[in-house]
Design a protein around this ligand. Structure first.
Ligand SMILES: Cc1ncc(COP(=O)(O)O)c(C=O)c1O
Length: 365
């Protein structure tokens, strides 16, 4: 690269390292010419999507020449009814990723601070950088959010706190007591974004579902996605629940037609197939058991996870093992970019995919 324009880009863009996605199957196929590839790198749904969502997509195909409903009326109203909130408390996005970033752009800028946890989802620090705010990373406790320390990190300049529960990539999950003490202690002027991308998978008894707190805390924003338990990752659709006021501000920045027609139609159908979500969660529970057992037989330690993925500690061999797994046709996710240099994150697949990973690991170890 010539670097001709380096001096012209906005100063806050200079230091941004782009988000690193999981390696696509087609890329490994191209590189190694392997036919049997298992991707456990992006926390996708091993069941694919609900038959009902697929059928709705097929019918919707004929409308490809038209713009989508820019207000996302049917999807938003379905979400409003299901979550017992007003229509104007719901906003949909091009993946929840878009919404997480829009919140940052609305509420923070140069001179402001955005708080997130060490090992918190990568999009939070990237958003802080994009908007030119100061990223404030708070040290993790047992790889999870230290909510007391995060509350103590609030200053007059704090505009947003991002939390993921469960968190990606660690899978850690905080409980009700810690959450309630936290949210009560945060000044009302500070926006608290509770990212519940993996909500459906949680089976922790004291899990604080953010919805129960939405009316009480006007500064609370919930972010959810159709990419995981609903199996629609490729369509890019997520949603945000918040006060009408917050939604109205974020809506000012939303690009017209940010969520395409197919995503809207499939998401409505997917919401109507909760049995598929239950199947997904059950498969995940079994797969988690299968992997935890196999990993303990290899004497490997893990971070206990409430999501559809698990972080495994390979010590100094993590990078080498990642390469070895790729050679065996298994794609997992290195998390060195999170500072977790000893770990690899493995998404929970179906039984055969999990077994492919275990067999490959046996060879590599
Ligand atoms: C914690 C968390 N939040 C948000 C997202 C973004 O998901 P999407 O943009 O597909 O909704 C992810 C994706 O991996 C995630 O792990």
């Amino acid at each position: 690269m010539s670097g001709l324009f380096q001096q012209q880009i906005q100063p806050q863009i200079q230091s941004i390292k782009p988000y690193i996605p999981g390696k696509p199957v087609s890329e490994l196929q191209r590189e190694l010419g392997l036919s049997h590839i298992t991707k456990l790198a992006s926390n996708e749904n091993p069941l694919g999507a609900s038959e009902r969502a697929l059928a709705a997509l097929e019918i919707a195909l004929k409308d490809v020449g038209r713009y989508p409903d820019g207000n996302g009326y049917y999807l938003r109203s379905t979400l409003a009814v299901m979550n017992e909130v007003e229509l104007n408390q719901v906003m949909i996005g091009n993946g929840s990723n878009e919404l997480l970033e829009l919140i940052g752009r609305v509420f923070a800028g140069p001179g402001d601070e955005i708080i997130f946890s060490q090992y918190g989802f990568a999009v939070y620090p990237i958003t802080a950088q994009i908007v030119g705010a100061t990223p404030v990373e708070v040290a993790a406790k047992d790889y999870g959010h230290d909510l007391t320390a995060m509350a103590n990190a609030v200053t007059e300049r704090t505009k947003i706190i991002y939390l993921a529960n469960p968190n990606n990539p660690t899978g850690t999950c905080f409980g009700k007591e810690d959450w309630e003490a936290f949210i009560q202690s945060i000044p009302e002027r500070v926006i608290v974004v509770l990212d519940e991308a993996y909500l459906e998978y949680v089976d922790q008894a004291d899990y604080p579902n953010g919805l129960a707190y939405l009316n009480q805390y006007p500064n609370l924003v919930l972010s959810r996605t159709f990419s995981k338990a609903y199996g629609l990752a490729s369509l890019r659709v997520g949603y945000m629940l918040a006060s009408e006021e917050i939604i109205s501000y974020v809506n000012r920045l939303r690009a017209p037609f940010n969520v395409n027609h197919f995503a809207q139609v499939a998401a409505v159908a997917a919401l109507q197939d909760q049995q598929f979500v239950q199947q997904t969660v059950e498969l995940n529970r079994q797969g988690m058991k299968q992997l935890v057992k196999a990993l303990s037989e290899f004497n490997l330690t893990i971070i206990p996870s409430q999501g559809n993925f698990i972080c495994v500690n390979f010590g100094a061999r993590a990078a080498e093992i990642n390469q070895g797994l790729l050679q065996q046709g298994v794609i997992v996710r290195p998390v060195a970019n999170y500072g977790l240099v000893d770990f690899l994150r493995v998404s929970i697949g179906n039984q055969n995919e999990n077994q492919h990973f275990v067999d490959a690991l046996a060879k590599v170890l």
